[in-house]
Design a protein around this ligand. Structure first.
Ligand SMILES: Cc1cc2nc3c(=O)[nH]c(=O)nc-3n(C[C@H](O)[C@H](O)[C@H](O)COP(=O)(O)OP(=O)(O)OC[C@H]3O[C@@H](n4cnc5c(N)ncnc54)[C@H](O)[C@@H]3O)c2cc1C
Length: 400
């Protein structure tokens, strides 16, 4: 089955992750992480400091959905706080927003220690509408954030600082950050403390339960004996059998050629709230990445004709937003990939319904990477049997 398609911008023309060997003998560990995308890489970096961790990927690290992530990293969730109150109480939504802010700070701390080799930058966020129908929703969201002390400004058509029309929008000065997700994955993997227990081209094809954990069997028949498994396979969870973990969609992105002397207020990460929604940000080489137009994921190859229609629609909508660049740029990259959603917009992180020794680490929603960054502590607290209020919000056993 295909989970990504096209020409992903982020892993093109960048220094590749060093090639790791495949597993050639039986080994044992406390925790086996299956999947070395950005989620597995984050989990491996933090958890290998404390436990004996093995990381495997069936292919090369970071080349699946990670290579497609637009990497708008924000504390806000996909839905408005008011709509999320069907699934979380007010305090839990505030906790989730604070979790997002904490995760952004954690990324910044990591960059300060290991260097900025992934084009990291702090950015404001701008969530807006140009439709009168959504103005009330934006204003309610602004009121929610103001009530709970999240600093932000409300713009409308009279004080709009952006070069496109809006009816209303929330600008959060410290709302987010951006990076190259492939290069961040590379940094996480190459700086982790278990370099001798990291394997590429090592697929897990079978899991056998034992009395004190699991045996994971690779495509070459090697055995990995572990106490716990961490499933970081992204939205390809076939290793667990046919179970459906959450709803899956395809989201589409285009990247323009570099544009000289063109930008917008503070290079904010921008989302609109139309349906289907759009998101965009600038790239360090002066390009714009523009995405959205989500469609539901079918268990068959990604339809090329449909994808091309989506890319055309994105191109049209981008030029509608910024008519002044229409004759100055072309689209250099087009790609799409699978992502998952849940009712409360949060990841599936924690003990699985199948068995408590199978931990899921599957980042869902438009904010998956932020969830993964915060979710590592949840995994640690589960392993050490400590209280963490996020355990409940991330639990794969909740209604998703
Ligand atoms: C177009 C697009 C835009 C996005 N934009 C954003 C965004 O702006 N912000 C954000 O936070 N998120 C965004 N996302 C979501 C983000 O990409 C995901 O949350 C994230 O990449 C998931 O990472 P992952 O490591 O779980 O999955 P993947 O990158 O898919 O990695 C899973 C890995 O598991 C391996 N694997 C699978 N099965 C096995 C097996 N049996 N044995 C061994 N290895 C196995 C695969 O080879 C793969 O490398 C976007 C997604 C897409 C598609």
């Amino acid at each position: 089955m295909e989970y990504v398609k096209g020409k992903p911008y982020f892993c093109y023309k960048v220094a590749k992750i060093k090639q790791y060997r495949y597993l050639e003998n039986d080994i044992n560990c406390d925790l086996l992480i299956i999947g070395g995308g950005i989620d597995g890489a984050i989990a491996n970096f933090f958890l290998s400091k404390k436990y004996k961790v093995v990381l495997v990927d069936k292919g090369r690290f970071g080349m699946a959905c990670t290579s497609c992530a637009t990497a708008l990293l924000e504390y806000q969730l996909d839905d408005f706080a008011k709509d999320l109150q069907k699934y979380m109480i007010e305090e839990e939504i505030v906790l989730a927003y604070n979790m997002g802010q904490g995760a952004i700070k954690k990324i910044e701390d990591f960059i300060n220690i290991y260097g900025n080799n992934c084009n990291f930058a702090c950015r404001p966020t701008f969530l807006y509408t140009n439709s009168l129908f959504s103005v009330r929703k934006i204003k309610d969201e602004y009121a929610f954030r103001a009530k709970h002390g999240f600093e932000c400004k409300l713009y409308d058509d009279k004080n709009n600082p952006f070069p496109f029309p809006i009816k209303c929008g929330i600008f959060a000065e410290n709302g987010g950050c951006e990076f190259n997700p492939y290069l961040f994955t590379k940094m996480m993997i190459e700086n982790s403390s278990n370099q001798d227990r990291i394997y590429e081209n090592t697929a897990i094809t079978k899991l056998e339960k034992t009395k004190d954990g699991y045996i994971a069997i690779t495509n070459f028949g090697e055995k990995i004996f572990c106490k716990k498994l961490l499933i970081a396979t992204g939205f390809n969870w076939e290793v667990l059998g046919k179970s459906k973990l959450c709803e899956r969609f395809i989201t589409y992105s285009i990247v323009t050629s570099p544009i000289k002397n063109f930008s917008w207020k503070d290079k904010a990460l921008i989302h609109d709230v139309v349906s289907p929604y759009h998101y965009l940000r600038s790239l360090p080489d002066g390009r714009i990445i523009f995405g959205g137009e989500d469609s539901s994921f079918k268990e068959k190859p990604i339809n090329e004709r449909k994808s091309n229609k989506k890319y055309d629609k994105l191109e049209k909508d981008l030029f509608k937003l910024f008519p002044e660049i229409r004759n100055k740029v072309k689209v250099d990259y087009k790609f799409c990939g699978c992502f998952g959603t849940t009712l409360n917009n949060l990841a599936l992180i924690g003990e699985s319904e199948i068995d408590n020794n199978i931990l899921l680490f599957i980042s869902c929603g438009a904010n998956g990477i932020i969830n993964a960054m915060a979710g590592v502590k949840v995994i640690e607290d589960i392993i050490e049997d400590k209280y963490n209020p996020l355990i409940k919000l991330f639990s794969p056993k909740r209604k998703v």
